[in-house]
Write a protein that binds this ligand. Structure first.
Ligand SMILES: Cc1cc2nc3c(=O)[nH]c(=O)nc-3n(C[C@H](O)[C@H](O)[C@H](O)COP(=O)(O)OP(=O)(O)OC[C@H]3O[C@@H](n4cnc5c(N)ncnc54)[C@H](O)[C@@H]3O)c2cc1C
Length: 343
């Protein structure tokens, strides 16, 4: 067992943990703080991870910062729910308003790989009509882009994440086959499927970001059942085992246990770098561009706490809406009581 990933940064000295081999390391490029890198990306989760990888692959110098730890899945994740708390962002956070968000254990992750290290892997697409929900369905707002554009990105992400899904998805326009076959449904799901059929509903297996057959260093899912504690076999296709290794290979640097506290902007209002806390000290990293990908809660918090004389209400907040009307993840689950034994 390696030292605790929470006690000291692991991505240092020109190397980062090799998430696929116990105790292993992979080489990592490191940038000097006084060198203005092309991009600093704050957050290495679902938003930041692919961006860091793609920017590095396009030849940009990029550093991904994460307040969370750099876990080694093969060694750090136990088959035990209490161990899950190490992945949550449970620091004190203040919320207010008529319908305040519930903070704590279920709404965001804190790790290299972000919430995807403990997310439930359900990988659904937004349906075409939902992109124009105001004009077509009479609620919400229309998106500024067409569903076809977004669906191209879904296809790419589904390939990169080896999503396991049904051969033919029964709703919406035809889509390319999922790269991996769907997982077998379990007893509880079979019961639900029977119920759905009895009521005339169509059903299908849920597309999931855990491999149904071996992929590179990821063995096929063994249905261990502690997915949200962190997958200890690497079957789960989190950012930690997909885009982050890709990013490192392409020359990106990852700074773990590095909490960004403020984005610095110059007199023209352009970002010049970030102040971050690591190893007990505040540091400053120069950057030409700063991307904030810290989830629905920490992104607005950072923008608001980066206020200046010129931007008194925080950065990117000319609308006054940053930090208001927040939504965390929505959920597709339904709950019910069954007459039959579900197991
Ligand atoms: C328990 C759980 C289950 C979920 N299940 C599913 C599911 O099945 N399917 C699905 O589609 N979605 C699911 N989600 C939601 C999904 O994980 C998130 O919507 C997604 O990860 C959000 O991506 P993000 O990049 O915005 O943030 P995250 O993935 O959370 O990444 C943000 C990262 O930024 C870091 N960070 C934040 N602020 C700073 C800062 N100031 N300095 C440095 N680092 C910072 C955090 O440590 C974190 O690692 C689930 C979420 C949770 C919590």
């Amino acid at each position: 067992m390696s030292d605790s990933p929470l006690s000291a940064p692991r991505a240092t000295d020109g190397r980062a943990p090799d998430v696929f081999h116990a105790g292993g390391w992979v080489p990592m490029k490191q940038f000097a703080e006084h060198d203005a890198v092309d991009f600093v990306v704050i957050g290495t989760g679902a938003g930041g991870g692919p961006l860091i990888a793609r920017l590095a692959e396009m030849g940009y110098s990029v550093i991904g910062f994460d307040a969370g730890a750099y876990f080694r899945p093969l060694e750090d994740f136990a088959s035990d729910e209490t161990s899950q708390s190490q992945l949550f962002w449970t620091d004190e956070r203040l919320v207010d308003g008529a319908n305040p968000l519930k903070m704590g254990s279920n709404n965001s992750g804190k790790a290299v790989g972000g919430s995807t290290v403990h997310f439930a892997m359900v990988s659904l697409r937004f349906r075409p009509e939902w992109f124009k929900s105001r004009s077509k369905l009479g609620y919400g707002a229309d998106w500024p882009l067409d569903w076809r554009e977004m669906w191209q990105y879904y296809s790419r992400a589904e390939r990169d994440l080896a999503i396991a899904g049904p051969v033919s998805y029964p709703w919406g326009p035809r889509r390319p086959r999922y790269p991996y076959r769907a997982h077998e449904i379990n007893g509880a799901a079979a019961l639900l499927a029977r119920g759905a059929e009895a009521m005339g509903y169509r059903w299908t297996e849920t597309p999931l970001a855990t491999v149904s057959a071996p992929r590179g260093n990821s063995p096929s899912c063994v249905y261990r059942g502690f997915c949200r504690v962190g997958c200890s076999t690497n079957a789960k296709q989190s950012q930690l085992v997909t885009y982050i290794p890709r990013a490192l290979k392409a020359g990106a640097e990852i700074r773990d246990l590095a909490m960004v506290g403020r984005i610095e902007v110059d007199v023209e209002g352009r970002a010049t770098g970030v102040h971050y806390h690591r190893n007990g000290h505040w540091h400053f990293q120069r950057a030409k561009n700063v991307i904030v990908a810290g989830y629905a809660i920490e992104t607005p918090r950072l923008l608001l706490s980066s206020a200046t004389d010129r931007f008194r209400d925080g950065l990117a907040n000319s609308s006054g809406l940053v930090g208001r009307y927040l939504m965390t993840q929505s959920n597709q689950a339904a709950y019910g009581v069954m007459d039959d034994m579900v197991r």
